[in-house]
Design a protein around this ligand. Structure first.
Ligand SMILES: CC(C)(COP(=O)(O)OP(=O)(O)OC[C@H]1O[C@@H](n2cnc3c(N)ncnc32)[C@H](O)[C@@H]1OP(=O)(O)O)[C@@H](O)C(=O)NCCC(=O)NCCS
Length: 194
C-alpha cells in the first residue's frame, strides 16, 4: 500500500508546521460519526501533545488526508468463559487470570479512533480494510519494539460497523459492552490477537 503515507501527527508538525496540521484536521469530515469529526477538530492535537493518544494521518502522495486513526493502550478485563480454549492459551501469554472473578486483566493496544475522510475533494480513496491494514502495520511495529499481542476497540451498536469488525479481513471478536457515562450510549467492545 505504497500509495498512502502514514504519518505520526507530531512528526508531521515537526516537518510541515502546526498550521498545516491544524488545517488538515479542521478540514476532516465524517458525517456518519460526529464524535470522530469532533475529535479531529478539537482533541487530536491536544491528545497527541499530552501523549493521551497518538494520531496518525493517512495521506496520499499529493498530501490529501484520506483518513486518520488514533492509538493508545489500556488495561482491559476479559471473562475467561467467553474465550475458546485456543484464545485462552493465546490470552495467557499476555494476561493474568484472577481466579476469584474469572477475568483476565490484560494490557492491550486500543484503536481509539479510525475513519475515512469524507470531504468531497478526496473522493474516498481508501477502504476500511486498507485503513485497518495500515493500523496493523503501526501496531506490528510497536509489538516488535515492546511486545504485547491484544488489540481492542469500541463500537456503537451499528450493524454495518459491527459487520466490518467481526467479519472483515481482521475479524475482531466481542468481549464486553460498555455504556458511556454522559450519553448512556452502548458500546460493543471487540478484541483481536495479532
Ligand atoms: C468504518 C469504515 C472505516 C469502514 O469502511 P469500509 O469497510 O470501506 O466500509 P464503507 O465506508 O463502505 O461502509 C460500509 C457501510 O457502513 C456504513 N457506515 C460506516 N460507518 C458508519 C457509521 N459510523 N454509522 C452508520 N453507518 C456507517 C456506510 O454508510 C456503509 O453503508 P452502505 O453499505 O449502506 O453504503 C468507514 O465506513 C468509516 O470511516 N466510517 C465512519 C467512521 C466510523 O464510524 N468509524 C468507526 C468508529 S467505531
Amino acid at each position: 500500500m505504497d500509495r498512502f503515507n502514514v504519518v505520526n501527527l507530531l512528526d508531521f508538525i515537526d516537518v510541515e508546521g502546526l498550521e498545516s496540521a491544524s488545517k488538515l484536521l479542521s478540514d476532516f469530515s465524517c458525517p456518519l460519526n460526529k464524535e470522530i469529526e469532533n475529535f479531529a477538530h478539537k482533541n487530536a492535537l491536544e491528545f497527541a501533545n499530552r501523549k493521551i493518544s497518538m494520531t496518525y494521518l493517512v495521506l496520499t502522495e499529493s498530501g490529501d488526508m484520506v483518513g486518520f486513526f488514533s492509538l493508545t493502550h489500556k488495561a482491559i478485563q476479559v471473562k475467561r468463559d467467553i474465550l475458546s480454549s485456543t484464545s485462552r492459551r493465546r490470552m495467557e501469554r499476555y494476561a493474568n487470570l484472577d481466579e476469584s472473578t474469572g477475568c483476565y486483566t490484560v494490557s492491550a493496544f486500543l484503536i481509539a479512533q479510525l475513519s475515512k475522510n469524507f470531504t468531497s475533494f478526496n473522493n474516498l480513496q481508501i477502504t476500511g480494510d486498507e485503513l485497518m491494514e495500515l493500523i496493523f502495520d503501526v501496531l506490528g511495529d510497536l509489538q516488535r519494539r515492546i511486545g504485547g499481542g491484544v488489540t481492542f476497540l469500541e463500537c456503537e451498536e451499528k450493524p454495518q460497523l459491527l459487520k466490518f469488525y467481526r467479519h472483515g479481513k481482521f475479524s475482531f471478536m466481542d468481549f464486553a459492552t460498555r455504556y458511556s457515562e454522559r450519553e448512556n450510549t452502548k458500546y460493543i467492545q471487540l478484541l483481536r490477537f495479532f
